[in-house]
Ligand binder design. Structure first.
Ligand SMILES: [Zn+2]
Ligand SMILES: [Zn+2]
Length: 337
């Protein structure tokens, strides 16, 4: 086979990554004719496309978060279901990032390209685990692509939170979490550790939790934090969007311990700067080891890096004898770490 170089049919234009023989963009900026969307985070699922192909779960997230502006038409596909778009075949595989998240396999003239979207390899009870897809071109994220990023075991971080709660039974623990994915994963981790009390939610988090429940992810008893009497919140765990933990909103909680669940909490200075007393290193992105291992396991001879800290990863790719390229797509990482 003399394959056409990937650059000739997978291009980058104003709207982002474009598959020419398929006539569609992947995770484009607003207003694409045809979009394949990897997952529901706002830096990937944008409003205003004419047609969106995604998993049922991702379309559900887009409906909840974007409402009428989500898209004009949509097509839900199951993981592993191979569909033709234009001259290419497209198949979605689990990415292990958040509920409904998918890697996109694009096959054209015998060449296989995989767009990973965001992904992680560690276990997450709230979504299907990452599935390795052999390919010639692997397009990877690089959010935590520095060797210092090694995420460790998320359940140990949940145990830290429970230990702190036992230590300070009269204080509330307010934990900053991103609304899609991190919130539900932390709840599931706490449930897995045997914590069965109600977990209190900032109003901005309730819709996504309800959506997870509607897809069969059990989260246990959840209660609105707003309107709950101050005394009731003593000794409780309260989840809130990161913007709310340092805000007036959390000041009415009883003597709150401020926590934040994010891969960035590995960086102590960042935690301090944000006034986080209890940093919880829980990430929904691949860490350095996972990125490096995944690139090797796909068998790809060419690797493109979409967003994040691409320099170290590109260096690694090239010293491994693979062809590397930075796509430098802008506007990523708005939301989810
Ligand atoms: Zn994401
Ligand atoms: Zn992202």
């Amino acid at each position: 086979m003399t394959p056409e170089r990937f650059e000739t049919w997978l291009t980058v234009d104003r709207k982002g990554l474009y598959c020419r023989p398929g006539g569609f963009h992947i995770d484009p900026y607003g207003g694409a004719k045809r979009a394949v969307v990897t997952h529901g985070h706002s830096d990937h699922a944008r409003p205003g496309h004419d047609h969106v192909l995604a998993t049922r779960e991702t379309l559900g997230v887009m409906q909840v978060r974007l409402g009428k502006t989500a898209q004009k038409e949509s097509q839900a596909v199951a993981y592993g279901e191979r569909v033709s778009i234009g001259d290419v075949a497209v198949t979605l595989f689990p990415a292990g990032h958040v509920l409904g998240s998918a890697q996109v396999l694009i096959e054209w003239k015998g060449a296989r390209a995989v767009v990973s979207g965001d992904y992680k390899r560690s276990s997450d009870p709230t979504c299907l685990g990452f599935e390795l897809v052999p390919c010639h071109l692997f397009i990877t994220e690089a959010t935590f692509a520095l060797p210092v990023f090694q995420h460790g075991d998320a359940s140990e971080e949940a145990a830290k939170l429970l230990k702190s709660r036992a230590q300070f039974p009269d204080r509330a623990h307010v934990v900053g979490v991103y609304g899609l994915g991190k919130c539900q994963r932390l709840i599931a981790l706490l449930r897995g550790a045997g914590y069965d009390r109600p977990i209190y939610l900032h109003g901005a988090l309730s819709e996504c939790c309800a959506l997870y429940e509607s897809f069969g992810v059990r989260l246990g008893a959840l209660k609105p934090a707003t309107g709950a009497p101050r005394d009731e919140l003593k000794g409780q765990i309260v989840l809130a969007p990161p913007s709310a933990i340092a805000d007036r909103w959390s000041r009415r909680l009883p003597d709150p311990v401020t926590a934040f669940a994010s891969g960035w909490m590995r960086v102590r200075a960042r935690a301090r700067q944000q006034g986080v007393e209890l940093p919880l290193v829980i990430s929904d992105h691949a860490d350095w080891r996972e990125l490096v291992a995944t690139i090797a396991e796909t068998g790809a001879e060419e690797v493109w890096v979409t967003h994040g800290r691409e320099d170290a990863l590109l260096h690694h790719i090239e010293t491994s004898g693979l062809r590397g390229r930075a796509l430098a797509l802008i506007g990523r990482e708005d939301e989810d770490q």
